[in-house]
Design a protein around this ligand. Structure first.
Ligand code: GDP
Ligand code: MG
Length: 176
């Protein structure tokens, strides 16, 4: 891709997955280095923007978070529109959230008309003592669906930055 000087990259990334898997905290950890034990769905804030440098170019990720509407299975098509990256999140301590991943992938597919860089995220890996989904199961699902995979903890910050940055770099590779 030819590049004009000063050209900017702005990538829309969506975070999806069942309620309470840690989507909002993954975003606040990445964008603000904050974690909230009793987080309520943030009303009114649709996305946060975070920049990173790739090969000397400033790349901006506009990362969208649900306002809790996933509880009602009512994430709208506007949420997905224009997304070129997605984090599909489950909670390693709750198997039902892992079992929902396929449904979220299907919904993402239905709503996207371009290549979407996708990362399967097993969040809350700090909860090893009550683990309900093995690392191998996460890896196997990711492999069979062609997704990147990472276990993260928004609580202790394990792999959070890495997970977002892998997605952003993949998007960059897809478009450049
Ligand atoms: P969302 O509904 O997917 O946006 O989930 P939230 O980010 O609101 O998190 C739901 C609950 O899980 C909150 O009580 C968080 O404090 C907690 N939580 C989020 N991420 C983690 C994590 O990595 N580890 C642990 N132990 N708890 C987490
Ligand atoms: Mg949330």
């Amino acid at each position: 891709m030819e590049e004009e000087e000063g050209e900017e990259y702005l990538f829309k990334i969506v975070i999806i997955g069942d309620s309470a898997v840690g989507k909002s905290n993954l975003l606040s950890r990445y964008a603000r280095n904050e974690f909230n034990l009793h987080s309520k769905a943030t009303i009114g804030v649709e996305f946060q923007t975070q920049s990173m440098d790739i090969n000397g170019k400033e790349v901006k990720a506009q990362i969208w978070d649900t306002a809790g509407q996933e509880r009602f299975r009512a994430v709208t098509s506007a949420y997905y529109r224009g997304a070129v990256g997605a984090l599909i999140v489950y909670d390693i301590s709750r198997r039902t959230t892992f079992e929902s991943v396929q449904r979220w992938l299907d919904e993402l597919n239905t709503h996207s008309d371009t290549t979407v860089a996708r990362m399967l995220v097993g969040n809350k890996c700090d909860l090893e003592n009550i683990r309900d989904v093995t690392v191998e199961e996460g890896k196997a699902l990711a492999e069979s669906e062609g997704l990147f995979f990472m276990e993260t903890s928004a609580l202790d910050a394990t792999n959070v930055k890495t997970a977002f940055e892998i997605v952003i770099k993949e998007i960059y590779n897809n478009v450049s």
